[in-house]
Ligand binder design. Structure first.
Ligand code: NAD
Length: 466
């Protein structure tokens, strides 16, 4: 029985969850909820597929991944429209995301021929290292960027010679399902990359406990990530964790204030703030604090919130009614400086919101994962560094200054994995990405992405004539 057949049976027995369009609040599709037996069947198929895949010539694996990339490019608009419907992402963002998946695949396709080991000088022989694939890799994905985050796991894992079983979030499985179909249409063998839909406590948990899944990549919330890591520790299984964030955007008095203020909305309201890298704390030097808020207000009110199907929309709805209540809880009783707009109708709308905060408050410490920024003043460089590091997290961050020495000092002192100076960029698929402290373990993307899906084998060949 194939996994598709097993999932069809799940649909027949009514074991499904219903997807809701976040911009209308209307249900539109049911998706099967896999059983543990179905997860095990997918893993068994993956074990078989992986052996043949790893035995292929590196060039053949590279060609297959390039074909997959071309299939994704050909389906860019289809994938984008699926993401608009399922996740409420503005269509311009969703198109970028689909294009990004193709680029990650193309970049990863360069890896099979470049996974070189070392030759290490030894007496009496030849010593070489090999980058061996783990076997089957389990990838667990959150709902906020369903296809891009999936690709950061599956593309380099496949490039390194692994098979992949992937669990999308319950709320947003559609683009991952389509990507696995595109892999098959592009010629990747059956069982090599399988998407299994269902609950985290069933499907995700099984990736952690199943002995044939030899590495887990988890992206999601810190509490669930800690449980996943604990389970992987019990199974002595390597795990990469990409977790939450509470990133600081630090604006010094010597910065180009107009440019820094204009850049704030995209840094925190992009994807309605449902971004692990959202600069949800805005630290502004006290000497320019009032001036900066004056510059910020028009930028926030101009941020275009509305129908995600329209080309000019910059921000859509939140993912669900429950999540909107959580986000609203952070603003209740807060000192709101000003807000942008949001549609009135059905759908899980929430306006961009600027809150004046104090460092110990919940809104200044916890991940809101919505379009809410907590603004706080600081006195000097040391105070800025202290405040920036004053959360459990350490994922991303930005600093704005025209002073080169300060830019170097502060970017070295802030304990975050991904920083940008006079910019808010966080993700380029050819540079490393990942968090410090409670934001995660390990790195994705970048030059070593495929190597992270291998373990090193050292082999000594005796050359002494006997
Ligand atoms: P979540 O932790 O609730 O779920 C993430 C995934 O884990 C989902 O697929 C879920 O079904 C699965 N899961 C749940 N319980 C599980 C279990 N017991 N075992 C295995 N898997 C389980 O997170 P979410 O609400 O989907 O996503 C939002 C969170 O993700 C935020 O905290 C955000 O910061 C974080 N995130 C981090 C990054 C990053 O790269 N650092 C990127 C995006 C999102």
């Amino acid at each position: 029985m194939t996994v598709a057949e097993a999932q069809a049976r799940a649909a027949d027995r009514g074991d499904v969850f219903t997807l809701i369009d976040p911009s209308t609040g209307q249900p539109f599709q049911d998706v099967p909820r896999a059983t543990t037996a179905e997860v095990d069947a997918a893993i068994a198929d993956a074990v078989i597929a992986q052996r043949a895949w790893a035995a292929l010539a590196p060039t053949a694996r590279a060609d297959a991944l390039r074909a997959f990339a071309r299939a994704v490019e050909g389906a860019q608009e289809e994938l984008a429209q699926l993401e608009v419907r399922n996740s409420g992402h503005p269509v311009s963002s969703a198109r970028w995301e689909a294009g990004h998946v193709a680029q990650v695949l193309n970049f990863s396709a360069g890896a099979p021929e470049r996974l070189s080991g070392q030759q290490i000088p030894v007496a009496g022989g030849l010593d070489v290292t090999f980058h061996e694939p783990y076997g089957v890799v389990g990838v667990i994905v959150p709902w906020n960027f369903p296809m891009t985050i999936a690709s950061w796991g599956f593309a380099p894992a496949l490039a390194a010679g692994n098979a992949v079983v992937l669990k999308p979030a319950e709320l947003t499985p559609l683009t991952a399902i389509r990507l696995s179909e595109l892999a098959r249409e592009a010629g990747l063998p059956k069982g090599l990359f399988t998407v299994v839909t269902g609950q985290g406590s069933v499907v995700g948990e099984r990736f952690v406990t199943h002995p044939d899944v030899r590495k887990v990549v988890f992206t999601g919330s810190t509490p669930v990530g800690v449980d996943v890591a604990a389970g992987c520790a019990r199974a002595l299984k390597p795990v990469t964790l990409e977790l939450g964030g509470k990133s600081a955007n630090i604006v010094f008095g010597d910065a180009d204030l107009e440019k820094a203020a204009a850049a704030v909305p995209a840094s925190v309201f992009d994807n309605a703030g449902q971004d692990c890298c959202a600069r949800s704390r805005l630290l502004v030097q006290r000497s320019v604090y009032d001036r900066f808020l004056e510059l910020l207000e028009p930028a926030v009110t101009a941020w275009r919130v509305g129908d995600p199907h329209e080309d000019g929309t910059e921000m859509g709805p939140l993912i669900s009614a429950a999540h909107r209540s959580t986000v609203a809880g952070f603003v209740d009783g807060a000192d709101v400086a000003f807000r942008g707009s949001a549609p009135d109708g059905d759908g899980f709308w929430f306006p961009p919101t600027v809150v004046l905060a104090r460092p110990g408050q919940r809104v200044a410490q916890e991940e809101v994962f919505g379009p809410v920024v907590a603004v706080m003043p600081f006195e000097d460089e040391a105070d800025a560094i202290r405040l920036a590091n004053d959360t459990a997290y350490g994922l991303a961050g930005s600093l704005w200054t025209e002073n080169l020495g300060r830019a170097v000092r502060v970017s070295r002192a802030v304990k975050s994995g991904v920083l940008s100076v006079n910019s808010h960029s966080s993700v380029r698929y050819w540079t490393p990405f990942g968090g410090m402290k409670a934001s995660g373990l390990g790195r994705e993307l970048g030059p070593d992405a495929a190597e992270h899906f291998t373990e090193t084998k050292n082999v000594f060949f005796a050359t002494d004539a006997s």
